[in-house]
Each structure stands twice: as structure tokens, then as C-alpha cells.
Ligand binder design. Structure first.
Ligand code: PLP
Length: 294
């Protein structure tokens, strides 16, 4: 695989209020975000020049900051405008947008209340999280040995960089065994999500997705619940048991990067990429582009 390093690209990054050349968007190695994980971020997609649910993503960024006690030195309106400015500066109309905020270098140590919060926003082309071929046959998942922690053990409603440590080691675990992604179980033993996407199962045309009580309530998840109901499907918000998941007719994931991705296999159980998943995938694809989907 040819990798284009992310610190050596053309373009511009919005950095603490200024648009700076991509390669110059740098920070010092002694900073609190890097050493202690005080960093939060967003992942958004722009379709035909418009960021889907931009205001909701901005609101989640501020909510994540608040959960971690970080104070973003810009208003939500300024961040929303900066995202559009980044897309314009980079001439992008269909792209992934990545705002990130972190505690800086002013103070080191566990306590860092005097450290300033910095913000950067980048955007780049990222057509599909999984290849088209994989999306067609459905991705293969394996159970992660790592669990999503109890809500009083980790700030699970924040999109916080530190929480992704579990997801990255789970994803690597899956890839090292020839799978595309890991299935994360929660501390109670329910399957709840993938490493960067929420989980839905379909049985007899009824959808079910767990209550996001210990993991991120994805904006795509919320969109797909609404969309499915609008299209006449019943959506249950409740635990999925492992047995229920294996007995499902179809399984799919939702997330900004992955959009709506069918699952073709979980451990030894195979699934078809069925009609409900296809219907919702097509409708979602139209919805985010502002096209008629009914
Ligand atoms: C762990 C995790 N769960 C769920 C999601 C889905 O969230 P959203 O649909 O808001 O992108 C993401 C992606 O951001 C994620 O990283």
C-alpha cells in the first residue's frame, strides 16, 4: 500500500483562527493532548459542497470539550464557518472534515487547567472507508478481546482521542487475523458497535440497535433510525444479544466515515447483503446529497 503521509501534503489547515499551509500546521512534542490524551475531535463529510449535519457535529465537538473540561476559545458559529473556509481553501466539495481540539504545552502534568485549548481543522478526500468491493460483499468482523467500559469508567459520550486506544488495538487485532473490523462488546456482554461505527441488526424486516448508554451516539445512527422509520420500518432501540446477532437476517454499520456498510460475516456466521440494507444504503446516500429518497 502506498501511503501519503498526512504531514506532507499540499493544501491548507485552519489552525487557531488562521489558515496555514498544510505542512506548517505543527505543534511541540511536549503538549498535554499527546501525553495525557486531552484531545477531542470530529469526523464529518461534505457532499456536493455541503457538510452533512455540520451544526450537529459542531455541537458534539463542544459537548466533548465540556465533558473533558476543555474550553474551546471560539464560538460554535466560528468553528462552523471555519469548516466551510477549510473546504473552500482546499477546493474540496466532497471530502472528509476533521476538527480537533487539544490542551497545549503551557502546563504539563495530570492537572493542566492552565493549558490553553487549541483547535485545528483539516479536510481531505476520503471516498470510502472500506473498498467498493468489500462494501458489496459485506465486511468481515471478529469479536474484540477488549470491552467498551462502563459509563462511570470512561467519558463514553465524548468523541475523545484517548478512548480510541481501545478501538485501535481492537482494529489491529481484527486486521492481523484477516478480518476488516472488530466487533466491540460492552462491559455487560452485549455487542454494541464496531471500532468506528454503530451497529444495527435486521430480523424479519425489523431493525434493532442498542441504546447508546456506554458508547458514542453516532449522528449517522440517529439519521438512519429516523430515515428507516420514515421509510416504514420498525426500529427497536434495545440490547442486541450475541445469539440475536447470529440469528439476524442482515447486519450493517453506520458512521460518518463508513456511511452505511453491510456486514457479511461475524466470526463464523455469514450474512447476505440483503434488501433492507440495500434500500437504506441507497436512501442514505441520496439523503446526504440532498436528493429525494422516498
Ligand atoms: C467509536 C465510534 N462509534 C460510532 C461512530 C459513528 O458516529 P457518527 O455517525 O457520528 O460518525 C464513530 C464515528 O465517528 C465512532 O468512532
Amino acid at each position: 500500500m502506498t501511503l501519503i503521509p498526512f504531514d506532507d501534503r499540499d493544501g491548507f489547515i485552519w489552525f487557531d483562527g488562521e489558515m496555514v499551509p498544510w505542512r506548517e500546521a505543527k505543534i511541540h512534542v511536549i503538549n498535554h493532548g499527546l501525553h495525557y490524551g486531552s484531545s477531542i475531535f470530529e469526523g464529518e463529510r461534505c457532499y456536493n459542497g455541503k457538510i452533512f449535519k455540520s451544526l450537529e457535529h459542531t455541537a458534539r465537538l463542544f459537548n466533548s470539550a465540556e465533558i473533558l473540561g476543555m474550553s474551546i476559545p471560539f464560538t460554535p458559529d466560528e468553528i462552523t464557518a471555519a469548516k466551510d473556509a477549510v473546504l473552500k481553501a482546499n477546493n474540496l466539495t466532497d471530502a472528509y472534515v476533521r476538527p480537533v481540539a487539544w490542551r497545549g504545552s503551557e502546563q504539563m502534568g495530570i492537572g493542566a487547567q492552565l493549558a490553553k485549548t487549541h483547535v485545528a481543522i483539516a479536510a481531505w478526500q476520503w471516498p470510502s472507508y472500506f473498498s467498493e468491493e468489500l462494501r458489496e460483499k459485506g465486511i468481515a468482523m471478529i469479536t474484540s478481546p477488549w470491552k467498551k467500559p462502563r459509563p462511570d469508567t470512561a467519558p463514553c459520550h465524548a468523541k475523545a482521542a484517548g478512548l480510541y486506544m481501545i478501538n485501535t488495538i481492537s482494529k489491529h487485532f481484527a486486521e492481523n487475523q484477516g478480518y476488516n473490523d472488530a466487533l466491540m462488546f460492552d462491559y455487560r456482554g452485549y455487542p454494541v458497535e464496531a471500532t468506528g461505527a454503530n451497529l444495527f441488526r435486521i430480523k424479519n424486516k425489523i431493525l434493532r440497535t442498542p441504546e447508546p448508554d456506554c458508547f458514542l451516539n453516532g449522528l449517522t445512527r440517529q439519521t438512519v433510525i429516523e430515515l428507516a422509520r420514515e421509510l416504514g420500518y420498525t426500529v427497536e432501540i434495545d440490547h442486541i444479544t450475541e445469539e440475536d446477532l447470529y440469528a439476524a437476517d442482515e447486519v450493517f454499520l453506520t458512521g460518518t466515515a463508513t456511511e452505511l456498510t453491510a456486514v457479511g460475516k461475524i466470526n463464523q456466521t455469514q450474512y447476505v447483503v440483503g434488501p433492507v440494507t440495500r434500500h437504506l444504503r441507497e436512501s442514505y446516500s441520496k439523503l446526504v446529497r440532498g436528493q429525494a429518497y422516498k
